[in-house]
Design a protein around this ligand. Structure first.
Ligand code: NAP
Length: 282
């Protein structure tokens, strides 16, 4: 019986896939662009677009567990197809933003909340992995750091507890292969609260260079972010960072509390990904 990993081009999904395959478990990598997948030998691939129900049946054939990226469009049809295929559990990569007081109206949070609610309504046994800020968000600073420019931030004192994608994958695999996390919603963070300024100090130490931080206004940040993302997401992120500037981030569940293995630190992430901050190419 097969484990389906959706969104397989994504970092977390790929790490989940690699772990399951290394453990000798039958796994199918599903992606909106399966032709772009580079998966290990022996891993099946399938085309799956979460808002196109006609892609569901083939992807779900023989599947008993699903690792799911959140996509509210089509989620009702997906849960129906999953039930019909005999799926026994769904592990959702959700977001801790669903816990915020404005989760119903915030675009980022409501996206995840909609999927959680549809899964709950379906009656399928689920695990919701409500991840906090990813350590990988720091890739957004690669360009200025790589070019010796100051990192411009509207909220340099925003505090998060960055989580390594590999930690999320470790917990996801436990949820897919065991029963201890079934039926639970866990809030996942990294092991340490760090402001953006503190994350940049870690990166500076790891890279052996100075990284200047330049405060900019919210309006300036909005203008910069508009080059990369839609306006509703920009407002959502800026509101989150503003709120996160009030106090150090709370540490929730980690691989330490859930699996008994030490959570990967932001410093470890920075060491592993240092080359991304030194490339001058683009
Ligand atoms: N960043 C955070 O701090 C954070 C915090 C909590 C929750 N989350 C959630 O985590 C999820 C993934 O976040 P992410 O930012 O780390 O995304 P990601 O892993 O880069 O990719 C997300 C999905 O986008 C698709 N995709 C489209 N173009 C891609 C490309 N060029 N390369 C790789 N994947 C591509 C992939 O699905 P296909 O293979 O099917 O195309 C992939 O699974 C989101 O649902 C987000 O809400 C993020």
């Amino acid at each position: 019986m097969t484990i389906l990993v959706t969104g397989a081009r994504g970092k977390v999904a790929r790490a989940v896939l690699d772990r399951l395959h290394a453990a000798g478990l039958p796994v199918r990598a599903a992606s909106a662009r399966p032709a772009d997948l580079a998966v290990p030998d022996g891993v099946e691939t399938a085309g799956l677009v979460l808002d196109r129900p006609e892609t569901f049946a083939a992807a779900l054939d023989g599947v008993r567990q699903v690792f799911l990226y959140p996509e509210p469009a089509g989620i009702g049809a997906f849960t129906e197809a999953a039930r019909a295929a005999g799926v026994e559990c769904v592990v959702l990569l959700s977001s801790s933003s669903v816990l915020a007081p404005d989760a119903e109206t915030d675009p980022l949070a409501s996206h995840n909340l909609g999927v959680e609610r549809a899964l709950t309504a379906s009656g399928l046994p689920c695990t919701f992995l409500r991840a906090g800020a990813f350590a990988g968000n720091a890739f957004a600073w690669a360009h200025p750091i790589g070019h010796g420019l100051p990192v411009q931030l509207a909220y340099p004192e925003a505090s998060v507890a960055p989580i390594h994608a590999e930690d999320i994958a470790d917990v996801a695999v436990e949820a897919l292969t065991g029963t201890a996390l079934r039926g639970r919603a866990v809030t996942l963070t990294g092991p340490q609260a760090l402001t953006f300024r503190e994350q940049l100090a870690v990166l500076a130490e790891v890279l052996g260079c100075d990284i200047a931080v330049q405060s900019i206004s919210r309006a300036e940040a909005e203008e910069q972010m508009a080059r990369f993302m839609p306006p509703v997401i920009i407002g959502s992120l800026l509101n989150f960072w503003a709120a996160a500037s009030a106090a150090p981030a709370t540490i929730a569940d980690t691989t330490g509390t859930l699996l008994g293995t030490p959570a990967r630190t932001f410093r470890q992430w920075a060491v592993e990904n240092a080359s991304a901050f030194t490339a001058q190419g683009e």
